[in-house]
Ligand binder design. Sequence first.
Ligand code: ATP
Ligand code: GAR
Ligand code: MG
Length: 393
Amino acid sequence: MWGAPVSKYAKSMMLLGGGELGKEVVIEAQRLGVRTIVVDRYENAPAMGVAHESFVLDMLDGEALKSLILQISPDLIVPEIEAIATSVLVELEKNGFKVIPTATAALLTMDREGIRRLASEELGLPTARYLFANSLEELEAAVAEIGAPCVIKPLMSSSGKGQSVCRRQEDVASCWNTALEGARAKKMRVIVESFVPFVSEITLLTVRSAYGTIFCPPIGHIQKDGDYVESWQPHFLSPEQLSEAESIAKKITDALGGYGLFGVELFVTTGGIVFSEVSPRPHDTGMVTMVTQDMSEFALHVRAILGFPIPSVQLLTPGASATLKADREGEDFQISGMNEALSLPRTQIRVFGKPLSKPGRRMAVALSAADDVETARSRAKQAANLLKVDWSN
Ligand SMILES: Nc1ncnc2c1ncn2[C@@H]1O[C@H](COP(=O)(O)OP(=O)(O)OP(=O)(O)O)[C@@H](O)[C@H]1O
Ligand SMILES: NCC(=O)N[C@@H]1O[C@H](COP(=O)([O-])[O-])[C@@H](O)[C@H]1O
Ligand SMILES: [Mg+2]
């Protein structure tokens, strides 16, 4: 029960991060009459355009973050990106603030070490072999021990930033430099993971609500340079694979706790399902649910975190998503090809509205439905290929 979004009875939600995923979360919260406040590191972030209020802040600056939260005093604090001074959230939670799904979940998943140790060492879930390194020398020793090929990632980063595959011992120095450039946090520590020879990879969207835990049908995806370029739903798994995937997802999300939607990333291998990582919030590959399910991952997240029950989720049609990425840095661009993309059957687009284009930055997504996944995938790819980040000079 709550009042109008600008009244004294308003229910308020503060998003820490306001990218394309946060934008859809805000829209879903607005639909339920919730007051929305968006914080991000730059002006005109996608979610700011649809929120009641917004603030520009370096969310890794703990003091600044704490003072803003105390000033606004939101009912719900909803982390949306991976680079936040999460220790502040832990402290504020102790003082009665509600962090989604929990402050500890945010803390553990912001840091690859926290979530990996929980999954592998405490819960015994199958993962790639891994080691950590704080310097180039330590990294050389870790790569020698894990063996090439292996994957090297900064502890705090996302969408593949700073990530590289080390194929030979001689490449270690260049991998270290890639990690240094891509890390969002100042602290430099990397994880070295053995390369998992997967057959496919999936995201299992898992919803913890007042009703209990439910799973969305698996989403298959393809990543390039550590970032997603294509996803589809449903992704076929055998009954044994599905029950293994759901059991892993249940264990990790139960350990993190709280209400909300989680994106559990899993590798499907010939030897079974391997846990990769988990986002305690909507997942980029899950944008496809905007055309496939009765409730999108964003609607599910909002409904769960507001404490409402979610007895079921229904897949309405097979569907797919494909991304538009920029290849140049600058502000003087226009997105073209929308007319052509939207001429394709059962196709929609989301243009995020990011004010600055950068090489590799995701600017829009095409979403297509069809009677089967293969047709949906080819439609979504075709639509995304028709979209362009265009420059007048
Ligand atoms: N150990 C591994 N073995 C094989 N492939 C891997 C491994 N680790 C990562 N990858 C590949 O790189 C992709 C991105 O890795 P990961 O999810 O860890 O990065 P991320 O930066 O957290 O990305 P995001 O924020 O988009 O989830 C994976 O989806 C997978 O395709
Ligand atoms: N894989 C995580 C992910 O997709 N996160 C989404 O990307 C935004 C950052 O984009 P940017 O780096 O282009 O600002 C985040 O705010 C979130 O919406
Ligand atoms: Mg990932």
